[in-house]
Design a protein around this ligand. Sequence first.
Ligand SMILES: Nc1ncnc2c1ncn2[C@@H]1O[C@H](COP(=O)(O)OP(=O)(O)OP(=O)(O)O)[C@@H](O)[C@H]1O
Length: 522
Amino acid sequence: MSAIGQIIGGETSKIFIRERSGSRIELGDLLVAEEDDGNYSILQVKDLVYHSQVPQVMRELASGIQLENRGSQVEFLDEELRNYIIAEAKTILQIRNGKPQLPKRLPKFFTHVRRIEDDDLKFLKKEIEDPLYLGNVRSGSKELKTKIHVNAREAIPHHILIPATTGRGKSNLVKVMLWELMDIENIGMLVLDPHDEYYGRNEKGLKDHPNQEKLRYYTPEISKVEGEAISLNINLRSIRPEHFDGIVEFTSAQKDAIKLYHNKFEENWIQNIIRGEKVENQEGTKEKVSPSTLSVLQRKFDNILGIYEEEGRLESRGGVFTTDAGDSTIKDIIKSLEDGEIVIIDTSRLMGEAELLVGSIIVGALFNKYQKYKAEGKLEEKPIIGIVIEEAPRVLGKEVIERQGHNIYSTIAREGRKFNIGLVAITQLVTLIPRTILANMNTKIILGNEMSQERSEIIASASQDLSDDNRAIASLDRGEAIVTSIFTKFAVPIKIPLFEEHVKDKISETKEKPPLLSPEDL
Ligand SMILES: Nc1ncnc2c1ncn2[C@@H]1O[C@H](COP(=O)(O)OP(=O)(O)OP(=O)(O)O)[C@@H](O)[C@H]1O
C-alpha cells in the first residue's frame, strides 16, 4: 500500500509525520511504519496541524491580495512544497516477530508510513477462549474487518463499565454484547432492564436469537408479549430488611421498627407493617413503634412496592410485589443464573428504587450462595455471573454510598471478582462514581462524551494511557468507541455494529448453514 506520509521527527510520545499532499489523514487514523526486518510500529494520529515554511508576513500579504480580489491567481510560492500538514501521532504498539509489544523505541527517521490493513492486525486474531465480540477495529472513522473480542470469563468478573452521554449507542452496545453472550456457555447474566429494550418485545431483540433455551424474560405484562415470557411476581415474603440496605433511606427509628417487625413476624414483616399490626413491648401494653413511624413506613412501602391496604385487604398496584403469588420467582431466577442463562427483568413498570430492590434480592442471595461455593471449593464449577445495571451511580455513586452505606451492587464492585460475579455498569456520569470503584472496573468501553469533566475522569481511570485522547473521545460518533482494558495490549478503537444489522447477518448466517450431509451423501 502506498505511503501517505513520512516521519520527520518527534519523541517517544509524539511522532511528527509530514502528510503526502492529498492523503487526507484524519484524527484517530491508524498508520503503520515498517522497518526493514518485517517488524513494524502502529501509530495513531492524535492531532493535525498546518505547517508553512512561508513567513507569516508573506502569507498575510498573499491572502490580503486574494481577499481584495486583486489577483486571485497570486502564487508567491509553490503551494505543495511550502505548505503541508503535519500529523502528530503516537506509537501505540510495536510488532516484533509477529508479537505485539508496548513501544519502547522510536520508528526510524524518515520512514514512510501507510494506512493500516487487516493483515497488520493478525496478532489480534489468535484464538481466545469464550470470545465476546464488541465490534471491529476502527481507524479514525473507517471500519476494518478485524474483529475485537475479549475473553468473557475474564472480563465480566473484572467488571465492565460503559460510559457515554445519551444517544451515543449504549443500549445498542449492550444488546450486541448480550446477543453474543447467548452463544457462550457457562455465563449467567442478570439484566435489569428499566426501558424494556433488550428482549425486543416490539422490535428485534434477544427473542430473535436462535439459542432461545438460554433466555428467560420476566415481565409484569405477560399477556402483551408474544413468545415465552414469565410473569414478574415477587412475593413480599421474599424480601428481607437487608435488601433495602443502601437503596432506600430509613431513619434510625424506622430501622428499629423494621427490626422489631422482622423479629416478631419473620417473613411476614412487610405485610404486618402495611396492616398496621401492633407490636407490643415485654409488658404487653404499650406500642413500641410510634404511629407516625409506622405510617411513614406504610407510605414508603406503598410508594416503592405499590402495596397498600384497602378494606382490610392488601392490594398490589402494578402487580409485581404480591402476597399471594411469586413464591418461587427469586429461586427460579437464581437457578436460571446458576444454569448459565440470561435473565432479563423488565422493570419498566417499577419505580427506580423497586428496580434496585428486585436486583438487590436476587444478587444478595446469589452472592451468599457464591460465597458458600467458594468456601466449599466448588466455585470453579459454577458459571460466571454478570449483572447489567443502568444508571449505575444510583448504586455506585459516592454520595449514595456515603449517605446510605454500601449496597449489594457496590459490594459486588469491590469484592465480586473473588466470587466470579461482575457488573456491566452503564453510566452517563462517571464523575459520580468513586475512583476506587472505577479503578476496579477493568474493562471500559468508552463511547462519545461531550462533557470535558467526564472525559477527564474516564481518562484518569483508564487501563491504558489515554492522556492524548481527550479530543478523540469528544468526537466519537454513534457506535464508535475506545476499549481500554487490562486484557488488551492497547486502547483499541472500535466500531460497534448496529444491532439490527448484526442480527440480520447472524440470523441469515444460521439459516444459510449448509446441511451437514449433502443429498448425494444421504
Ligand atoms: N453502533 C451503531 N452504529 C450506528 N448507529 C448506531 C449505533 N449505535 C446506536 N446507533 C444509533 O443511535 C441511536 C441511539 O442509540 P442507543 O439508544 O443505543 O443510545 P443510548 O446511548 O442508549 O441512548 P439513551 O441514553 O437515550 O438510551 C439509535 O437509534 C441508533 O440508530
